[in-house]
Design a protein. Structure first.
Length: 285
């Protein structure tokens, strides 16, 4: 059989899901919301599966985000002091199970470089080799809080680095971001053998000093305990239920509402449920 019939569209087994998706367009989308609706319709017609739809929406969402929205805050950075010896910093590395560590001097505003755990292997198998931490540091990549996440992802791929130090407008270190943080927005949380589900605080993840990423299924009791709020547990079991009742209808992604003095933004939802929220609380400063 020949493949010289590219214009045939009836029953073609080799047509990709993207080709099928194009057939669902009744007109070009005029906004991102229109595009999301087209993608949702494609899922309902079973042209794409739910996971594909979520990934496409994740890519669309990344385009609107800044590094400050996804960075690991300064307070949660696991760092190594340039003056520490192996015996002092190795337990920190093992406990965190990370592969890259900012190395500092004085404080977190003074980044000397990045230590890759794998760079220690050559010393482990050659104990006679003199070890100097400064000699094996990789250069630290610095990015501003305001940098677009999609632009940073492109740079991660092109320049082949996996971590960047985030600074504020005054040059102070405000956090760090990794390529995994960006990919999780697109494909969902990336878990490995070191991740556990025992700690409920994973439902609430700080983004910066006054903003948090919160799972919609976080129990109201847990939310109240963390934020020192007093939402009614009789009104709803989860914080997503509280937010849904406040809206009075099923909100869309990026919709916002303020309850009391706390602002809720829907960062992930579908036609049936809320998935992820961004919670902004009054700054204590």
């Amino acid at each position: 059989m020949s493949d010289d019939n590219p214009h045939s569209t009836n029953g073609s087994p080799g047509r990709s899901w993207l080709d099928k998706l194009k057939l669902t367009f009744t007109g070009e989308p005029q906004s991102k919301q229109d595009l999301v609706e087209v993608i949702t319709e494609a899922e309902q017609r079973e042209l794409i599966d739910p996971q594909t739809r979520e990934m496409i929406e994740g890519v669309i969402g990344v385009n609107e985000m800044r590094v400050r929205d996804i960075m690991i805050p300064r307070a949660q950075m696991t760092t190594i002091d340039i003056e520490q010896n192996v015996e002092e910093f190795l337990p920190v590395m093992l406990e965190s199970a990370h592969s890259r560590f900012p190395v500092i001097s004085e404080d977190k505003d003074h980044i000397e470089g990045i230590l890759l755990a794998k760079d220690l292997l050559s010393y482990a198998f050659n104990p006679e080799r003199e070890f100097q931490l400064r000699d094996i540091l990789r250069p630290a990549v610095i990015v501003p809080e305001s940098k677009r996440v999609d632009v940073l992802l492109k740079e991660f791929r092109q320049q082949r680095y996996h971590m960047a130090i985030v600074v504020d407008e005054y040059g102070g270190v405000s956090g760090l971001v990794t390529i995994e943080d960006i990919l999780e927005i697109i494909v969902g949380e990336i878990e490995d053998e070191y991740d556990t589900e025992e700690d409920g605080t994973d439902d609430i993840r700080p983004l910066n000093k006054s903003t948090y990423s919160v799972k919609a299924l976080t129990p109201v009791e847990e939310f109240n305990s963390f934020f020192e709020t007093s939402f009614s547990e009789e009104e709803a079991d989860t914080i997503g239920g509280i937010v849904l009742k406040a809206f009075g209808h099923m909100p869309s992604t990026n919709d916002e509402i303020t309850i009391g003095d706390i602002q809720f933004k829907i960062t992930h939802s579908d036609k049936r449920r809320l998935v992820q929220l961004k919670v902004s609380v009054p700054s204590l400063e």
